[in-house]
Design a protein around this ligand. Structure first.
Ligand SMILES: C[S@@+](CC[C@H](N)C(=O)[O-])C[C@H]1O[C@@H](n2cnc3c(N)ncnc32)[C@H](O)[C@@H]1O
Length: 218
């Protein structure tokens, strides 16, 4: 188990944190947690503010393929795949790789990447509908923290189960009280977040032996 930054190639997000904190209401949180049209393609106060393919996942896909030494014929699962952009790019950077996605959002799947239609399924990270060891690797980027702590624990168990421990999670965290305050001003959907020590304790409880990285909002 190791901390590894597989998202280093992504452009830095610009976030109007103060503006969101001032404008955010319980209604924004309720609606964004539906992971529907408002979250993906509605105004920024509800989530992405428009979620479109722009090629940014190519570098991440290459990092994942390299990290897990994936080769054509291997099966890889992206849990919380959204519209399937990363699934598409995994197959682009490694032709012959069998990439699949799973997401809780029917809206994302119905409005997803046409190139991976049929490779994306509806489901939840804490109950993956796949046999033990079905994948050479399983990843979940900025997804499992949308479950509560018990759900995160189940999701970590599931990721390990379907990929024989060859997993990677990227989750919301903070190193300092100041970073925690910024995160709490920005957060919409996450139900569990913690300092790295809290996450590492949860990994141990779940028997999670995969790799991980922190998303820190600054
Ligand atoms: C912040 S987005 C991340 C999407 C993509 N992985 C990325 O990094 O851009 C969170 C994703 O998790 C999905 N999601 C939320 N709860 C989930 C759950 N319990 N199981 C599976 N997917 C979930 C949402 O629909 C959304 O696509």
């Amino acid at each position: 188990m190791a901390e590894v930054n597989l998202l280093a190639s992504l452009p830095r997000s610009t976030r109007q944190i103060k503006a969101r904190a001032d404008a955010r209401t319980e209604e924004h949180i309720r609606v964004s947690r539906e992971f529907g049209e408002a979250y993906f393609d509605g105004p920024r106060e509800y989530g992405y503010g428009g979620y479109h393919y722009d090629g940014r996942w190519i570098g991440v896909a290459a990092a994942i393929v390299g990290h897990f030494s994936l080769v054509p014929g291997d099966r890889v699962l992206d849990v919380g795949c959204g519209k399937g952009f990363l699934v598409r790019d995994l197959m682009t950077v490694c032709p012959g790789l069998l990439a699949f996605g799973l997401d809780i959002s029917r809206y994302a799947l119905l409005n997803g990447e046409p190139a991976v239609s049929g490779r994306l399924g509806l489901g939840s990270a804490d109950a993956l509908p796949f046999p033990d060891g079905a994948f050479a690797a399983a990843i979940a980027l900025n997804t499992i923290h949308n479950l509560d702590r018990a759900g995160c624990r189940r999701a970590l168990e599931e990721l390990g189960r379907v990929a024989n421990g060859r997993a990677f999670v990227q989750v919301d965290a903070y190193h300092t009280p100041a970073q925690k305050a910024v995160f709490e001003d920005w957060v919409l959907t996450a139900r569990f977040h913690d300092y790295p020590s809290g996450w590492l304790a949860l990994f141990a409880e779940a028997g999670y032996t995969g790799d991980y990285a922190w998303t820190i909002i600054e």
